[in-house]
Design a protein around this ligand. Sequence first.
Ligand SMILES: C[S@@+](CC[C@H](N)C(=O)[O-])C[C@H]1O[C@@H](n2cnc3c(N)ncnc32)[C@H](O)[C@@H]1O
Length: 282
Amino acid sequence: MVETWTLLRLLRWTTNFFDEKGIDNPRLDAELLLAHCLELDRVGLYLNYDRPLSADELNVIRPLVKRRGQREPLQYLLGSTEFWSLKFKVTPDVLIPRGDTEILVEEALSHAAETGSLLDVGTGSGAIVISLATELSEWQMTGLDISLQALHVARENIESHQLEQQIELVEGNLAELPQQQYDLIVSNPPYIARSEWDGLMPEVRCFEPELALLAEENGLICYQQLAGQALQRLNSGGWLLVEIGCHQATVVKELFSAAGLTNLFVRDDYSGQPRVVGGQLL
Ligand SMILES: C[S@@+](CC[C@H](N)C(=O)[O-])C[C@H]1O[C@@H](n2cnc3c(N)ncnc32)[C@H](O)[C@@H]1O
């Protein structure tokens, strides 16, 4: 007799399959993927454990399970992710926003006055600038990226959060920032050195955009270029705040100091790793 694929049976099979493929949270990923395919939330999954799955449902689920087994990131398969408790569309054209980057958002908020102007350099999906715009309604903001494809995704996210009046997008290279002055410049730039590439997880190395990850000069080129322009692009009293890789705090602080920024600080993330460096133009 052919055994029926109930939801629970498929969930167990998928969890084992993901585990064998080396996926970090196999049960969670299996639950999220099945819930997505069946248009249920996770509670809905638990309530439907005994439900037999139709051939049509299995045909939708199987290819996605296979792709996740090949280490394609879950967020690209779902088409969205959460950041700052907001929903963002993500595609392989943008980096998947990371929870650690919320530290940069927190620091920007704690250095922001009532009104002002902000530039998010390397905006990608728009996660940082959109999160900040939802908190700082009196600010005018700009998201800049070199990737037109990423800017298309950012545009859709801005529209879905109805922030078109507050955020403009600019295609450009961070080596030459727009000829304007800002109260806050924030950036989560590419900062992985080429020598670190092979050590990245397959989800990152094989699927996320190389343009969003790799940086020349041992991962430091973007910090050098941003620091070099800070004096011209910041208003007096303004801050440059950047996310960093966990070994880059000292050298980025030195770059900021050499560029003339003061009140330098390093903020750790919640796992105790240095995550944000900031400096002020006085
Ligand atoms: C690490 S991702 C950050 C994306 C998003 N801000 C986030 O935190 O999720 C870096 C972004 O910088 C962009 N980028 C890379 N090189 C750049 C350059 N030279 N000028 C402007 N943007 C650049 C990439 O396209 C990518 O969207």
